[in-house]
Design a protein around this ligand. Structure first.
Ligand code: HEC
Length: 108
C-alpha cells in the first residue's frame, strides 16, 4: 500500500471515530446505582437496554448520549422517541432505565 492511500485511510478512520458518541460500557457499579432506583435492576438489564438503544436510537439522528440529559428530561423524551422507534413497552422500559442509570455514570 502506498503512503498516500494509507494517509487517506487513517483520516477516514479519524473522521468516523469523531462522529460517533462513545457509549460508556456499563459496569456492576452502574447496575448497583440503578437498582437503588429500579428494584431488582441488574447488569443484564442495563446491557439489554444499551443494545436496544444502540440498535434504534441513531436511525434518525446521532446517538444522544445518556449523560446529555437528566432523569426528568429522559422521562419526557423516551416515551416520545420510543414511539418513533416503534419499541415495545418492554423495550421502552429497558431503554429508559438504561439512559437514566447511565446519565449519572461517574465516567462522564
Ligand atoms: C424515526 C426517527 C427517530 C428515532 C428512531 C429516534 N428519534 Fe430521537 N428524535 C427524532 C427527531 C425528529 C427529533 C427532533 C424533534 C423532537 O424533539 O421530537 C429527535 C430528538 C431527540 C432528542 C432531543 C429531544 C429534546 O427534547 O432534547 C433526544 C434526546 C432523542 N431524540 C433521543 C432518542 C432516543 C434515545 C431514541 C431511541 C429510543 C431516538 N431518539 C430514536 C427522531 C427519532
Amino acid at each position: 500500500m502506498n503512503i498516500r492511500k494509507m494517509m487517506v485511510l487513517i483520516c477516514a478512520g479519524c473522521i468516523s471515530a469523531c462522529a460517533t458518541v462513545k457509549l460508556a460500557e456499563p459496569t456492576q457499579i452502574d447496575a448497583d446505582r440503578g437498582s437503588q432506583k429500579f428494584s431488582g435492576y441488574s447488569l443484564n438489564d442495563l446491557n439489554a437496554g444499551k443494545k436496544i438503544y444502540e440498535a434504534n436510537c441513531n436511525k434518525c439522528h446521532r446517538y444522544k448520549a445518556p449523560e446529555s440529559r437528566d432523569e426528568a428530561k429522559w422521562n419526557d423524551i423516551i416515551p416520545r422517541m420510543a414511539k418513533k422507534a416503534k419499541l415495545s413497552s418492554d423495550q421502552q422500559e429497558l431503554v429508559l432505565k438504561y439512559v437514566v442509570t447511565m446519565s449519572t455514570a461517574k465516567s462522564k
